[in-house]
Design a protein around this ligand. Sequence first.
Ligand code: SAH
Ligand code: DHB
Ligand code: MG
Length: 222
Amino acid sequence: MAQQQWTAVDTYFSDVLIGDDPVLAAALAAADAAGLPQIAVAPNQGKLLHLLALTQGARRVLEVGTLGGYSAIWLARALPADGRLITLEIDPTHAEVAAANLKHAGFAELAEVRLGRAAETLAQLVADGTEPFDFVFIDADKPSNPVYFEWALKLSRPGTVIVVDNVVRGGAVADAGSTDPGVLGVRRLHELLAAEPRVSATSVQTVGVKGYDGFTLIRVGS
Ligand code: SAH
Ligand code: DHB
Ligand code: MG
């Protein structure tokens, strides 16, 4: 019952505020055709990321966990023509589908899919002295969230906004005794956030087409 209602409401919001989007529909169709899992952000969540990046005036966006490039397209659409989006993906098939989808969406120049373990590609970005990012979206393997946050902080400047997806784990995040690696990753992330004087953060629970979940919003201060 609840899930049916959450889906109906999400569908209503997305229909009325987003509507048909042939480029995004094609990206999802290509991802499905290639057998990618259907775990991209929902349309209204994608638009939330887009609006957050726009509000932020972001010119440089970093994403950890590309899948088929659905969220990456929403984020790339928030960038000026000379902006930059770097998205990190471990799976070669996912990366290939995403690169094709981003190209079809008109972002072949602006967006780059970097193949590899994100812990390594993030370290490489830091080693290369990469310019800080204005907006970061962390949405890859959940046990590594603490690691991704630490690297994202190194790639941030005062004012950078970091969003982390899937922080509720079906409610198990509140279970201090959990041994689930995803739960441990999210709880460790929250401990790091609480102890880190350079950031201010909040986490919000959500319901919708993707079920019961939530995200963390982090602002990097000075
Ligand atoms: N952000 C995407 C969904 C990402 S799903 C969207 O909303 O459209 C999570 C992705 O993270 C998957 O494609 C998975 O292959 C990738 N991933 C998992 N472990 C990873 C790792 N260690 N390094 C980089 N990417 C990883
Ligand atoms: C999964 C991953 C996600 O990023 C998500 O939003 C939903 C589900 C998963 O790995 O199952
Ligand atoms: Mg996710």
